[in-house]
Design a protein around this ligand. Sequence first.
Ligand code: PLP
Length: 417
Amino acid sequence: MRLEFNGQPVSDLLTTAEIALQPRFRDVEQIARENQRRVLDAFHLQRVSAADLQGSTGYGLDDMGRDKLERVYASVFGAEAALVRPQIVSGTHALRLGLFGVLRPGMKIVFATGQPYDTLLGVVGIRKTAGSLAEWGVQHLVVPLLPSGAVDVESVLAALDDRTAMVFFQRSRGYADRPALPVQTLARYFQEIRESNPDIVIAVDNCYGEFVERVEPCAVGADLAMGSLIKNPGAGWMTTGGYVVGRAALVEAAAAQLTAPGVAGDYGPTHDFLRPLFQSLFLAPHTVSQAVKGSLLAAYVLEQAGLSVSPRWNSERADLILAVTFGNPDDLLRFCRAVQSTAPIDAYVRPEAGAMPGYEDPVIMAAGTFVQGGSLELSADAPLRPPFIGYLQGGLTYEHVYLAVEQIMLALQTASG
Ligand SMILES: *Cc1c(COP(=O)(O)O)cnc(C)c1O
């Protein structure tokens, strides 16, 4: 069968898209090259050797490979220190370590980029949850983004008082209808806050942002940044893990939350993880570039199909997420099912919306991934709520995303005609 969309064969649409996207693809490749160089330089500076890939057991004391890995991460992320562990089970876990490391009863955290990611609502106690920061007597204040998507710096500055110990930024859009914030934009906000509040900890939820741009938040003034290894820096290769990077004392405090005060980061066996930890970081700049190229292709083609997408194909990228507004649940479900049908794993499964721990609305997830929940692998998900926005992210190879976009177009075409 010949695929068509609005009279145009889908193959022509894809060819036109790739021609139009050539300059964008060149940009993405150049960013990947610069990030690859930074990763490689860090390996060389630390003299990473075959012996560093071995791993440790038990307490994991004197694990020199792990210590080197953490120095490599610190230098790649422009930070003083890093905690990179397979024992960190998710991005939320890494973020929780950073938050509980710094915040004490009576202190306040200000969210500068609006409501944080869904799973953090429980951590902070914005949604009543046992064990949250609120239960420990830590207060929070959420400053919504301006309608333009910019940070409301005036309101953030006005919200800072003697008790405010942390200002928190989310780089990626997450599941919110807001743009991702480029690191250079974040840098300006950091500077404005820093000028009047030298001691406040500036923390960044770095999930989905790593290696999309040329610099990372700690290189431009953030004190702490956290992320997941089953997203960008794990290159689709890590099966678990998370990281905290930042000022040495803050990373130490986060490590004390992971293990125990007094032993902090000295404990922590790496088992068989050191080789994939090093190897995935080495691969990450390229793999992230594949996902970004795929996302640009999807943005271009879906826009041609008459859908509203964000960010558009010609705007700067600061994360991996493409938001597509469908306006109705049926097309959203078609989109998710098309992505599922091109997955390497579980392609025959028909995803349905269901409850997810940590999320408020029913969520539909299309993810036939090698690693459960691994979202640098091509995946689509959406909380089932108006205006029915589907989020497409990841793709370990550009070719895979290409095939998925082709399939999405077929599914939408069948529905419309
Ligand atoms: C994925 C993500 C997180 C953390 O999610 P986990 O599923 O716990 O890894 C936090 N913030 C943002 C913006 C994310 O994309």
